[in-house]
Design a binder for this molecule. Structure first.
Ligand SMILES: Cc1cc2nc3c(=O)[nH]c(=O)nc-3n(C[C@H](O)[C@H](O)[C@H](O)COP(=O)(O)OP(=O)(O)OC[C@H]3O[C@@H](n4cnc5c(N)ncnc54)[C@H](O)[C@@H]3O)c2cc1C
Length: 371
């Protein structure tokens, strides 16, 4: 996804020839395994700024290319006075970024709108009515088509296996050799490996996450995407949303590195039983009337996390002909338009598109490569 949004930015410059090379095909990585949430309910100005940019980009895909998008709303739950203060900062940051439809809801209002939610321990909610979800795989297919229609190439089954540079890059793939002046590393969970091939190292700590379908015995009122987690909490929080009237999609989310990293080629499949049990328990605590729910299918995927949990975007300090577009963690679907813009700015040596509140440069690791 990050590579395709970068390519979309680059193909609009007629002086640039764009080749997207993928070892499988677009969408086979993390982007086809996400739950696809696009939202702006963050606190820090920089976090909101990049998501507001993403919202505009997705709005354009919806309006101009009929991208399916379910505007189900996003409700972040808070549990303390401190959380309410954070939500107030979010409303101000969103207003500054041009988003005026976010609101703080008190527990009584949350209970009035969605009586199925347990609110006894909730201090407030931060709600975005526009927010919603896409099918990540579908987005990659649309972007690949748009890149091709604009003159770029998207090469499937072309795994980068070797890279040498003398003047320009010579990239050996399993499906041919490519020459390039600049290489963008957007290999998601595999970005650490690709970085080594390019001699422009990055540290990723890929985190295994998953989602599970919860089958309800009968039709229930619609539930927005509920996130029972505030960034920086130092733990995981449960999230869930209606998929159908008799089905929820649920998982555990964190913006931090809480687990050992996994190999990017780790066998992906169903979630482990213990994690599913934790999710089920959290749901019974957060929702009324779900005692007779049934666990449905589940799947796992990878959050490509950097060591400080922020994306890594821009020219590499060791080799400026390598541009990073990686490390999006659990937010790559909503952040990919901003990451693509910032990576393209670096490739084209354009001025920054974002304020100084957004610090994603790879150079931040140059001082301490262990970070
Ligand atoms: C369960 C789950 C739920 C999630 N929910 C959300 C959500 O609601 N909202 C959100 O914003 N984010 C979410 N995410 C996170 C999001 O999916 C990721 O941040 C995002 O998909 C990362 O995109 P990417 O382009 O970096 O990686 P990928 O989509 O993995 O793309 C990397 C590509 O690189 C290719 N590649 C790898 N190695 C090579 C090589 N050597 N040569 C050529 N190509 C190579 C791969 O084939 C792949 O296509 C979720 C993730 C999971 C697992």
């Amino acid at each position: 996804m990050l590579g395709l949004f970068t390519a979309m930015e680059l193909v609009s410059d007629p002086s640039v020839s764009v080749e997207v090379i993928d070892s499988g095909h677009p969408g086979v990585g993390s982007s086809g395994r996400s739950v696809g949430m696009i939202e702006t309910q963050y606190v820090d100005a920089g976090d909101v700024e990049v998501r507001a940019f993403g919202r505009k980009a997705y709005s354009a895909l919806i309006d101009e290319h009929a991208l399916p998008f379910v505007h189900g709303g996003y409700l972040r739950l808070g549990h303390s006075h401190d959380d309410i203060a954070q939500f107030e900062r979010s409303i101000a940051a969103q207003a500054a970024a041009g988003i005026t439809d976010a609101e703080i809801l008190l527990p009584a209002e949350i209970a009035r709108r969605w009586p199925q939610l347990v609110t006894a321990d909730v201090s407030a909610g931060l709600f975005g009515a526009w927010d919603g979800y896409v099918d990540g795989y579908e987005v990659t297919q649309l972007l690949a088509r748009l890149v091709r229609e604009s003159g770029g190439h998207v090469r499937s089954n072309s795994q980068l296996v070797d890279a040498t540079r003398s003047g320009s890059w010579r990239l050996e793939t399993t499906n041919g050799t490519f020459e390039a002046d600049v290489v963008v590393n957007a290999a998601g969970p595999w970005a650490g490996h690709v970085a080594d091939l390019l001699g422009a190292p990055v540290t990723l700590i890929p985190q295994l996450h998953g989602a599970v379908a919860i089958e309800l015995p009968d039709e229930k009122p619609f539930t927005p995407f509920v996130m029972d987690y505030v960034p920086g909490a130092g733990s995981e929080g449960v999230y869930f949303r209606s998929e159908r009237k008799d089905q929820l999609i649920a998982g555990l989310h964190t913006e931090e590195v809480l687990h050992h990293g996994v190999a990017p080629d780790v066998q992906l499949g169903s979630m482990d039983g213990e994690t599913v049990e934790r999710i089920a328990l959290a749901l019974t605590e957060r929702l009324h009337d779900v005692d007779d729910m049934r666990i449905g299918r589940s799947w796992t995927g990878i959050y490509p996390m950097s060591s400080d949990h922020r994306p890594v975007v821009g020219r590499h300090a060791d080799d400026p002909t390598v541009v990073c577009a990686l490390g999006a963690g659990g937010n790559g679907i909503q952040l990919s338009p901003a990451i693509g813009r910032m990576a393209a700015d670096a490739v084209l040596e354009r001025p920054r598109s974002f304020s100084d509140a957004v610090q994603w440069g790879q150079q931040r690791f140059a001082a301490d490569p262990q970070v």
